[in-house]
Ligand binder design. Structure first.
Ligand SMILES: Nc1ncnc2c1ncn2[C@@H]1O[C@H](COP(=O)(O)OP(=O)(O)OP(=O)(O)O)[C@@H](O)[C@H]1O
Length: 295
């Protein structure tokens, strides 16, 4: 099956899935760097790149709301500085959120605000319910550990201690991402960029999370390596039914992977809809600019 036909089939199922309950719901996610002043706290300011001209506070994300359905891929696109990375870092607790509400349907009946959970519960959520793949593999991997050791670390964090089972799960995952098993005890620092991203993906999947966050995972890779990683992401979504948030400044990546797309500008959503509709008939002038610059 080609990527285009995989995408078509998946978009159809994504539309059908909207009859289900969302896996992840985010409401009014806001992250500011700085204290804020009367004008910008009330939203009465003329933002320059998301920065308040009076007090210098950066509103990296402001009132971001969306739902993500089981097994769906949501693309997040926007120019540099639009708040894409900050948004996923807030979801994964790499950054403390200023305000907002996040829930996951399978955690405490989807009622709890996950931004307000205890540190222990946040660790549980990071280890069991989410996986994260960073643009920079140095953030997601311990480069001096073996590749299997990296996966073991994630399994141990989720209270799996049986050495034989850890080893067999590590082999299974590395095989899935096409890392030769004779290299499973080598550290990722010995690997190429594409291989490092594949090890990161296998580590993120270690505990079968229902949600995967991918932040610019193919940026900086050669085109042929990029295609292989994108293909892998697509097949994982098909086989495992993992829901994903894919952040990219590259509309080609978004077009290839995502069912729905959210366009961010200066920390706010300017457009949100089915990817094909957004790319073929963008409504917001900013999206029109982004799309036309791709053509
Ligand atoms: N620690 C920080 N302190 C102050 N401002 C920050 C911090 N981290 C991010 N920002 C600001 O938040 C805004 C959003 O940044 P973010 O990295 O989320 O954007 P992005 O869309 O992911 O950009 P890129 O594609 O270049 O990574 C930017 O104006 C950035 O300068």
């Amino acid at each position: 099956m080609t990527i285009a036909s995989l995408k078509e089939a998946s978009t159809a199922t994504a539309q059908a899935r909207h009859l289900d309950l969302p896996l992840l719901s985010v409401r009014n996610l806001t992250k500011k760097y700085g204290q804020g002043c009367t004008a910008c706290l009330e939203g009465i300011y003329s933002a320059q790149g998301g920065r308040c001209p009076d007090c210098g506070t950066v509103w990296a994300c402001r009132d971001i709301s969306f739902d993500l359905y089981p097994g769906e891929i949501l693309g997040v696109v926007g120019e540099s500085g639009s708040g894409k990375s900050t948004m996923v870092k807030c979801l994964y607790y790499d950054e403390e959120t200023t305000a907002g509400h996040m829930s996951i349907a399978t955690f405490k009946d989807g009622i709890s605000n996950l931004f307000n959970e205890s540190a222990q519960q946040k660790r549980y959520i990071r280890n069991h319910l989410m996986g994260m793949v960073y643009q920079n593999p140095y953030l997601g991997l311990r480069m001096g550990f073996s590749s299997s050791g990296n996966i073991a670390e994630k399994l141990i964090a989720a209270d799996h201690y049986h050495v034989g089972k850890i080893r067999s799960r590590a082999s299974e995952l590395l095989e899935k991402v096409e890392i030769p098993l004779q290299r499973m005890d080598e550290p990722p620092k010995n690997f190429s960029g594409g291989m490092q991203q594949r090890v990161q993906i296998s580590k993120a999947l270690a505990n079968n999370p229902p949600l995967l966050l991918l932040d610019e995972v193919t940026t900086g890779l050669d085109l042929s390596v990029q295609a292989k990683v994108l293909d892998l992401i697509r097949s994982i979504q098909r086989e495992l039914g993992v829901a994903m948030i894919v952040v990219s400044h590259d509309l080609g990546v978004i077009r290839m992977l995502s069912d729905r797309t959210m366009v961010l500008r200066q920390g706010q959503i300017v457009e949100h809809g089915l990817t094909d509709q957004i790319l073929e008939d963008p409504q917001h002038p900013y999206t029109q600019l982004l799309v036309h610059s791709l053509l």
